[in-house]
Design a binder for this molecule. Structure first.
Ligand code: UDP
Ligand code: MG
Length: 317
């Protein structure tokens, strides 16, 4: 019988763990699906990990790990994929904003041969206006850069074991799970779902964390900003040719004294372009630097007893 693993990254979610575990195990048992739940506490500062341990003691199908510090949701997802042993793996948020009701649909599509089942959002649920706006801006930016519709896509998806192994084999540290499954390809189906309201607690994303996420992901997934630097350079050169001709003509006509405004404007424009370009290039150098250092994506500090192998204190790049 095939096993379904569900990976749930959790950061300061102590109020959600028990409830989510109960809802999921109830649903999967009712559906007769063999399952395991893999909770990854992302360096939580509340009782998230002890809640996971408690849940694991009650139900041997639940296991979990704790990070040595907060490494971010991406790292949580990848650690979960690493610990998951199922033939198919579903990644979902542990705040139940990704409705568990679509799991049987995903499972059915997988049994019919789908290797990736994307969860497609049909509404973003109730969110505060600033969060909606910043998330909106984030997805616009990302969709443009990556050339995929990011607004509807989410981290809620089912992956076949083959796809999981492909993702785990990628050597890069700066991963963007959502886009990587597009990149990997495979036979893809989708299910639609409506984003639910958060059960307890608050969204862990602030405006700045979203912006940072957008820039990191954009630079790790697209080199378009670098090409932008070339375009800006070309525009500057065009301008300078026009101005050079004008300056020369004026010089030859003996009227070259005026033009301080032009000089000031040129210094400002070129200076601005140069600094912006250096900034963009700097971002890529930072990414290269991080990749070259070869540090792991995450460090696991503790695991529940039912995790096979001694993974605590170790990591996976
Ligand atoms: N999360 C995480 N590490 C972080 C931030 C968030 O593992 O640094 C988890 C969080 O516990 C939740 C999921 O990622 O299960 C989605 O986070 P959240 O609900 O805060 O985001 P939103 O639903 O508002 O996009
Ligand atoms: Mg959420």
């Amino acid at each position: 019988m095939s096993l379904l693993s569900i990976v749930l990254p959790a950061y300061n979610e102590e109020q959600n763990i028990a409830h989510t575990a109960e809802v999921l195990s109830g649903l999967l048992e009712e559906q007769g699906i063999a399952y395991e739940l893999v909770f990854i506490s992302d360096g939580s500062r509340d009782g998230t990990y002890s809640e996971i341990v408690k849940a694991a003691e009650c139900n041997s199908r639940i296991k979990g790990a704790e990070f040595s510090r907060n490494f971010g949701k991406e790292a949580g997802i990848f650690a979960g994929l690493e610990l998951a042993t199922g033939d198919a793996v579903i990644v979902m948020d542990c705040d139940l904003q990704h409705p568990p009701e679509v799991i049987p649909q995903m499972w059915k599509l997988w049994q019919e041969g789908a290797e990736v089942v994307e969860g497609i959002k049909i509404s973003r649920g109730k969110e505060s206006l600033p969060h909606k706006l910043s998330a909106g801006l984030f997805y616009k930016l990302m969709s443009r850069l990556i050339k995929m519709d990011m607004n509807a896509s989410s981290d809620y998806k089912l992956l076949d074991r083959k796809v999981v192994d492909v993702l785990l084999g990628l050597p890069e540290r700066n991963t963007f799970f959502r886009a990587l499954t597009f990149w990997a390809g495979f036979r893809t189906e989708s299910v639609q779902y409506e984003v639910q309201e958060r059960q307890y607690g608050e969204s862990k994303w602030s405006f700045w964390s979203l912006m940072k996420y957008a820039i990191t992901n954009a630079t790790s997934f697209s080199t378009l900003p670098l090409q932008l630097v070339t375009v800006m350079g070309m525009i500057s050169i065009l301008f300078s040719v026009v101005l050079a001709v004008q300056t020369l003509v004026k010089f030859l006509m003996g009227t070259a004294v005026e033009g301080f405004t032009t000089v000031i404007l040129l210094i400002l424009i070129i200076g601005g372009f140069l600094m912006l370009s250096l900034g963009i290039i700097g971002h890529y150098i930072a990414r290269i630097y991080e990749e070259v250092k070869g540090r792991p994506k995450y460090i696991i500090s503790r695991v529940t007893d039912n995790v096979s192998g001694n993974v605590a204190g170790t990591w996976k790049v």
